[in-house]
Design a protein around this ligand. Structure first.
Ligand SMILES: NC(=O)c1ccc[n+]([C@@H]2O[C@H](COP(=O)([O-])OP(=O)(O)OC[C@H]3O[C@@H](n4cnc5c(N)ncnc54)[C@H](OP(=O)(O)O)[C@@H]3O)[C@@H](O)[C@H]2O)c1
Length: 235
């Protein structure tokens, strides 16, 4: 029996990933920072719910204790993420980005990953087949962001892609440190969710595909990589 925790699983890609992994036989914890939204999502999915705000040390510690007391963890999907927008929904570019926006974004997208991973690492180390999936973004690819003529090049944001580039680096360093675990970063693709005010061109079913696949990585599968649904992508 594989037990999986997905942060920010009350909606969007996390919710769809939970649905698919339950279908595949996993026992899934829906991590949610809001008790009501989390419980509702867990009920709809037939999942367990754990209150978990990735920006809050106490919340993350309590969640790890709960999951440990229930029997431990095999798969951690660091999915919770934010992208700050202008009041009219625009991307915040270099002229307008502030240290405050950088800090808020990194608190959730980067420190959140480290905080949650650190808390659940002792549980994962006791698993026979531990897996971590860090939900990154194609916008983190320095290669793509510097290749003129691509949608990634045209994207003007600063805080969000910088945070996901940090997630990629964290992924690589953890993967090297824990070779017995499968630890990968994934790019779901541009998916219609609340994050982008549903401007994304893919469905959540399409976007969750690579997250679901990497959550089921076995000992012979790659670690320390950066993947979308078609395979490895350039850093
Ligand atoms: N959609 C895309 O095109 C796309 C592309 C590439 C990568 N991604 C990544 O995919 C992941 C999921 O995003 P999504 O598109 O599914 O967006 P979404 O629908 O907005 O879902 C984001 C989830 O993260 C949760 N969250 C935010 N801050 C949190 C915190 N402090 N603690 C716990 N949970 C928190 C949200 O909870 P609340 O409901 O409480 O706000 C929500 O459940 C993110 O890491 C995002 O960067 C998305």
């Amino acid at each position: 029996m594989t037990t999986t925790l997905i942060t920010g699983a009350n909606k969007g890609l996390g919710f769809e990933t939970a649905r698919r992994l339950i279908e595949a036989g996993h026992t899934v914890y829906v991590g949610s920072r809001n008790a009501g939204r989390g419980r509702l999502a867990a009920e709809r999915l037939g999942a367990r719910h754990v209150l978990l705000d990735v920006t809050d040390d106490d919340s993350v510690t309590r969640a790890a204790r709960t999951v440990e007391a229930d029997g431990g963890l095999d798969v951690l999907v660091n999915n919770a993420g934010i992208e700050e927008r202008t009041p009219d929904g625009g991307v915040i570019g270099p002229a307008d980005v502030s240290t405050g926006i950088m800090r808020t974004t990194f608190e959730t997208n980067v420190l959140g990953v480290v905080r949650v991973t650190r808390a659940f690492l002792p549980l994962l180390r006791r698993s026979a087949a531990p897996v971590i999936v860090n939900v990154s973004s194609g916008l983190a690819s320095l290669t793509r962001v510097t290749t003129p003529g691509t949608p990634t090049y045209a994207y003007p944001g600063v805080a969000y892609p910088a945070s996901k580039a940090a997630v990629n680096m964290i992924t690589v360093q953890y993967a090297k440190a824990f070779p017995g675990m499968r630890i990968n970063a994934v790019e779901p693709g541009y998916t219609a969710t609340d994050l982008n005010l549903h401007a994304g061109t893919q469905t959540v079913e399409e976007g969750a595909e690579i997250i679901v696949r990497m959550a089921q990585a076995g000992p012979d599968d790659p670690t320390g990589g950066y993947f979308d649904v078609s395979g490895m992508i350039p850093w």
